[in-house]
Design a protein around this ligand. Structure first.
Ligand code: NAD
Length: 425
């Protein structure tokens, strides 16, 4: 039996289903190369636990709204499940399943002892007040409480959630436990057991991956970044810090462009003040679509899935794409980019810095200990560079793309864990 991708009318495919199709396609390729048997392939293609919950929220005017929430543990064969929580209106069970699967391969690829998970709530956080958001977060956590815990499943921030969300999760879990449990989430504020270096970890990892893939001085390398949130803004900053010229960035409201290069620190201040990069006075407005087609050396998608597709891939001019986001490139686009000689550093490698430092935060919490920023950064750098080196040499040895090689390593390690453990009963 092969891995089944459910057939559906194209017009009805949601972005979440598209993401899951991509994840299953990538798994299928790795499973084929590894010669995995049908039973194991099916095991790896299906989540171990998948929970859908209804989350009632009391609005400020007294009304009650009910939104859907999810937590998916894709695989726990190598350790506790680990993965972020996303608040976004289009989040559905398919998207959360795909993101959980990518977490499994990512943790295995960078050699940290976790399985993969993801959570989500179908809601627009920008449409809620802070108090509504807090009530929503606490009720969602209460609904998924049986699944999470420092030895079972450890959430973290993702799109639409942040340190404050993690603090509410830690508090809700701790109140239920009757004592403080900092290790139940990562990406916490420093005062609650957060780790130095966690806030910028994903972006630092993107910078490390980009510099490794460039293989030359970053001085004057032109960059476009899609998404200016937790990952994109600091990725732009860290790339600018080493001499790259970031000429375009975007967020959900729009894209901006300056051929002479943007002052990223100033732009971050503008975005913090106004809520968007749009309207920044030292740059011109451009369309979202045009950002992907700019004549730049490096393109960093750092927003959502499925943005580089068979439709726009032929017009991508960047020779290097480093995926800050999860799942930004569809399998069809991957083929087009590979044929045109574009190097894609895949999500499960390029954005692994976040889960690496989440792991370091959890280790510190479990030991009630803390490391300096320099120690955290050194460990992050070591793990990122050694994973990059492994992927690069396997790709060269077997004539694979970096994504195919990364999946071969990640999927292979999880398959090996299953084989060693055997099947119970
Ligand atoms: P975020 O919510 O902090 O930022 C998302 C950004 O994307 C915002 O600037 C938003 O305006 C922008 N955006 C949304 N839709 C857009 C569109 N259509 N065009 C342009 N911009 C758009 O989220 P984040 O934590 O930065 O996550 C971004 C991506 O990175 C996601 O794919 C996430 O899964 C991935 N990721 C995040 C982490 C982490 O540590 N936060 C770790 C690994 C991977």
């Amino acid at each position: 039996m092969s891995i089944m991708v459910p057939s559906k009318t194209p017009a009805l495919i949601t972005p979440g289903q598209q993401a899951l199709d991509s994840a299953l396609h990538q798994l299928g390729h790795a499973a084929e190369h590894l010669g995995l048997d049908d039973g194991l392939r099916t095991m790896l293609a299906t989540p171990r636990r998948s929970l859908t919950v209804s989350v009632p929220v009391r609005r400020e005017d007294g009304r009650m709204d009910v939104v859907q929430g999810f937590r998916v543990q894709h695989n726990v064969s190598r350790g506790p499940a680990k993965g972020g929580i996303r608040f976004h209106p289009s989040t559905d069970i398919h998207e959360v399943t795909a993101l959980a699967m990518w977490m499994t391969w990512k943790c295995a690829l960078v050699g940290i002892p976790y399985g993969g998970a993801k959570g989500g709530v179908s809601v627009d956080p920008a449409a809620l007040t802070t108090r509504e958001l807090e009530r929503l977060t606490r009720r969602y956590v209460n609904e998924i409480l049986p699944l999470i815990g420092p030895e079972k499943d450890i959430p973290a921030p993702d799109v639409g959630t942040d340190e404050q969300t993690m603090a509410w999760i830690m508090d809700t879990y701790s109140v239920n436990a009757g004592y403080s449990v900092p290790g139940v989430v990562t990406g916490k504020p420093m005062t609650l057991g957060g780790s130095l270096g966690r806030a910028g970890a994903t972006s630092r990892g993107v910078q490390i991956a980009a510099l490794a893939a460039l293989g030359r001085s970053p001085d004057g390398v032109t960059v476009a970044v899609q998404g200016f949130g937790k990952v994109g803004a600091l990725a732009a900053q860290y790339l600018a810090d080493v001499g790259c010229k970031v000429v375009a960035v975007s967020d959900v409201r729009g894209a901006i462009y300056s051929p002479t290069g943007l002052d990223i620190a100033d732009l971050r201040a503008h975005s913090a003040e106004t809520g968007s990069v749009y309207g920044y006075r030292h740059a011109d407005a451009m369309s979202h679509a045009d950002l992907f087609e700019l004549d730049v050396d490096l393109l960093v998608p750092a927003a959502l899935e499925g943005v580089i597709t068979e439709e726009n891939a032929p017009r991508v001019r960047a020779r290097l794409i480093v995926e800050g986001a999860n799942g930004p490139t569809t399998p069809e686009a991957d083929e087009i980019l590979a044929a045109s000689g574009t190097t894609v550093v895949p999500d499960i490698l390029a954005n692994a810095g976040g889960v690496i430092v989440s792991y370091l935060e959890w280790v510190q919490n479990m030991q009630a200990f803390s490391w300096s920023a320099a120690e955290v950064e050194m460990k992050l750098r070591d793990l990122m560079q050694s994973a990059y080196g492994e992927v690069k040499s396997l790709a060269a040895e077997k004539g694979l793309t970096l994504r195919q090689a990364a999946h071969l390593i990640g999927v292979g390690r999880v398959a090996e864990a299953h084989q060693m453990r055997g099947l119970y009963p």
